[in-house]
Design a protein around this ligand. Structure first.
Ligand SMILES: CC(C)(COP(=O)([O-])OP(=O)([O-])OC[C@H]1O[C@@H](n2cnc3c(N)ncnc32)[C@H](O)[C@@H]1OP(=O)([O-])[O-])[C@@H](O)C(=O)NCCC(=O)NCCSC(=O)C[C@@](C)(O)CC(=O)[O-]
Length: 302
């Protein structure tokens, strides 16, 4: 099987990674994290989330983060926008890309965004239209594409159904998310094979959490299936407030290390990502959840 020669890595640590932290993280720390990731060479950084601050308090400083980060031309700074209120905030904050986020599971949709899948698509319709009118890139995200913490099994056809609805809203890219990290390579192949019948593979991404230690091998499986966009989180930060026990996204350092070894180009400076991981881990008062990051840091320390 031929693997892609280039991969776009979307760094989601500042949003997916930090949203679940209980202690309020100073806005300066969030800004420095994004700036360090910009310096490391990412072309897409998920930096903000314009959701209800009652639901996700950690993201309440998103407007200030977006206002004060050092933006590099050519880098897309993305923000989650569940509805028009979120979209208007994202537009005011000059987000380059907005993310409408739904689920392939009814139960998760209710817990995460307080509405059914069908209702979520109706809410997203206005956001999608406004994004197009304002020339803002539109991404769709589908949680629980491989399993749901409330519902259990999720069929590939259920994912394909949401992919079609997001495609019809005009999404430029669609994330297939393993929110609770339960997928294994066979399921990865089954889901991408099904959804790629209705949407270009080149615009599908993989957003894999590492809860069961499967994320890297799942990325490898998705590469074999032809996927060339992946999400990862510096220092393996993260978890989801509406998926109990979910751990972080796959660690960026581990993904870059693997892709470097495979000779796949990302444009990312691994040493700078390791520095960013050490920086945020120091602030959180714990060791980074990245095997490669910790190994590189230990080697450097001698
Ligand atoms: C979607 C809503 C807003 C619906 O929440 P709701 O309560 O159904 O909505 P509502 O329209 O009735 O509004 C209730 C209150 O929220 C406010 N509100 C309403 N919208 C906004 C907004 N955009 N920004 C700021 N405030 C907002 C609104 O103004 C009102 O305030 P009040 O009058 O009570 O003071 C709510 O359920 C919510 O914010 N949920 C948070 C969902 C979330 O952020 N989840 C985590 C991110 S998703 C994720 O992590 C998964 C992903 C993407 O990474 C992929 C994966 O791994 O699976």
């Amino acid at each position: 099987m031929t693997l892609p020669t280039h991969v776009k890595l979307v760094e989601v640590g500042p949003r997916d990674g930090l949203q679940n932290e209980k202690e309020t993280i100073p806005v300066e720390v969030k800004i420095e994290l994004v700036d360090r990731l910009t310096d490391a060479g990412f072309v897409n950084i998920e930096a903000a989330s314009f959701v209800s601050p009652k639901w996700v308090p950690q993201m309440a400083t998103s407007a200030e983060v977006m206002d004060r980060i050092r933006r590099k031309p050519g880098v897309d700074y993305s923000a989650l926008t569940p509805n028009m209120k979120g979209f208007e905030a994202a537009l005011a904050a000059q987000a380059d890309e907005v993310v409408i986020f739904g689920a392939a599971s009814e139960a998760f949709s209710q817990r995460n965004i307080n509405c059914s899948i069908a209702e979520s698509i109706e809410r997203f319709r206005d956001v999608a239209q406004a994004a197009k009118q304002n020339g803002v890139r539109l991404r769709g995200s589908i949680s629980c594409s491989f399993g749901c913490p409330y519902q259990g099994e999720v069929a590939p056809d259920a994912v394909a159904d949401v992919v079609r609805r997001l495609r019809d809203l005009g999404c430029d890219e669609i994330d297939i998310a393993d929110t609770i990290g339960v997928a294994t390579p066979a399921k990865i192949h089954a889901v991408y094979e099904t959804v790629a019948k209705d949407y270009p593979l080149a615009q599908l991404s993989g957003h894999f959490h590492d809860t069961y230690g499967q994320a890297l091998v799942n990325i490898y499986a998705a590469l074999q299936a032809g996927v060339s966009i992946f999400h990862s989180s510096v220092a393996g930060l993260g978890g989801c407030p509406y998926a109990k026990g979910a751990t972080g996204n796959v660690a960026t350092e581990d993904v870059v290390y693997m892709l470097n070894g495979l000779g796949i180009h990302t444009g990312i400076d691994l040493d700078k990502v390791v520095d960013a991981g050490e920086f945020i881990s120091r602030h959180l008062g714990r060791k980074a959840a990245s095997r490669a990051g910790n190994a590189i840091a230990a080697k450097r320390a001698g």
